[in-house]
Design a binder for this molecule. Structure first.
Ligand SMILES: CC(C)(COP(=O)(O)OP(=O)(O)OC[C@H]1O[C@@H](n2cnc3c(N)ncnc32)[C@H](O)[C@@H]1OP(=O)(O)O)[C@@H](O)C(=O)NCCC(=O)NCCS
Length: 164
């Protein structure tokens, strides 16, 4: 998704407002989720978002998003935000984030979404690590107990074994 930063989008310092960027990221992620699921999808959660670099008026915001993994009714969507300066053709990475979307049926009930079949090494890495991130977000939201956090427990055990 590509957008130019116009006067209506900026704060008093001339930078793109964080909330405006989150809105654009949510829209872009929703498109990826709905393209994958072929159904209406809603945002269930947004992991921590770090604003690494300001984006200035007249710069071009390029947001890429893709589905790392589908679980049952939910999907992890990853985003990458780059700011481009159209005058000197430079660009820089400004944000990365993970959004979770849930597919809904016509009654608004969470509904199973198609699986993801990773093909490249990057896709396989994103697919595997998505299961750990899901456990962390479900733990933090109180939807999962540490006892049931299989991947997190495996990681802790592996770290302890390596340090022995
Ligand atoms: C998201 C929503 C559909 C979940 O409904 P629910 O009744 O909790 O449904 P379930 O318990 O069956 O959970 C559905 C899925 O959401 C996931 N989920 C729910 N809350 C989550 C959270 N905080 N983080 C990550 N995943 C979450 C569950 O793990 C489950 O995924 P799975 O089926 O792949 O295992 C519901 O809370 C909702 O409609 N929220 C409002 C969505 C919205 O309006 N978004 C825009 C906000 S501005």
């Amino acid at each position: 998704m590509t957008e130019i930063v116009l006067p209506n989008d900026i704060n008093g310092l001339g930078n793109l407002m964080g909330g405006r960027l989150l809105y654009l990221m949510d829209k872009c992620a929703a498109i990826s989720a709905q393209r994958h699921a072929n159904m209406v999808c809603v945002t269930a959660s947004v992991d921590s978002v770090e604003f690494k670099s300001p984006i200035y008026q007249n710069e071009v915001v390029v947001i890429e998003s893709w589905v790392n993994r589908a679980f049952r009714t939910s999907m992890e969507v990853e985003l990458r935000v780059v700011a481009e300066n159209p005058l000197d053709q430079t660009s820089r990475l400004c944000n990365r984030a993970y959004y979770t979307f849930v597919g809904l049926n016509d009654e608004g009930i969470p509904t199973p979404v198609p699986a993801i079949h990773p093909e490249t090494d990057d896709e396989r890495h994103n697919y595997e690590s998505a299961a750990k991130r899901r456990e962390v977000r479900l733990l933090l939201s109180g939807r999962l107990s540490l006892n049931d956090a299989k991947h997190i427990k495996e990681d802790i055990l592996a770290t302890m074994t390596a340090s022995e």
